[in-house]
Design a protein around this ligand. Structure first.
Ligand SMILES: Cc1cc2nc3c(=O)[nH]c(=O)nc-3n(C[C@H](O)[C@H](O)[C@H](O)COP(=O)(O)OP(=O)(O)OC[C@H]3O[C@@H](n4cnc5c(N)ncnc54)[C@H](O)[C@@H]3O)c2cc1C
Length: 121
């Protein structure tokens, strides 16, 4: 049996997309055995991502909202001679928060940098 056969889902790339997918699976498929393959030494990169809070679908909030580090009710855009307030809530998530929110562990018998897994595999 290959390593991939021991998992229900294999995600390649532990950046923003892979880490968010893993969180969604952890919520929607609690018993799933998930393998996340990341070639780098850190999961979820080393970033801060900011976005309009209204871009997050309501059905996603149950697992996404705990990942949010900070929210603003709006923001100002300023150029020379032009300024306006944008009343759309803004929010931010970070790599550190994404990593902390999932109990990742190196997959058994693998070197510490890759791959990573959660679930019961
Ligand atoms: C300076 C900067 C600022 C940004 N700010 C924002 C922002 O504020 N808001 C926003 O929404 N977006 C922002 N973005 C865009 C956002 O970072 C990207 O859209 C997002 O990271 C893409 O996610 P991803 O998972 O597809 O790719 P990545 O985050 O790049 O992740 C890909 C992962 O796959 C791994 N990988 C690649 N090949 C392999 C392989 N063969 N095997 C195993 N692993 C592999 C890489 O090591 C990496 O960890 C910003 C981007 C940059 C560069």
């Amino acid at each position: 049996m290959s390593r991939a056969d021991r998992f229900d889902h294999v995600l390649v790339g532990g950046g923003l997309q892979g880490c968010l997918l893993a969180h969604a699976l952890a919520h929607h498929r609690r018993d799933a055995r998930v393998l996340l393959v990341e070639r780098g030494s850190d999961l979820c990169g080393n970033h801060t991502w900011s976005f309009h809070d209204s871009d997050i679908p309501e059905r996603t909030r149950v697992w996404f909202d705990p990942l949010v580090d900070y929210r603003w009710p709006g923001y100002h855009v300023r150029f020379p001679g032009l300024s306006r307030r944008v009343g759309i809530p803004y929010a931010t998530i970070s790599s550190a928060g994404l990593r902390e929110a999932t109990r990742w562990r190196p997959s058994r018998n693998d070197p510490p940098t890759a791959p990573w897994s959660f679930g019961s595999a």
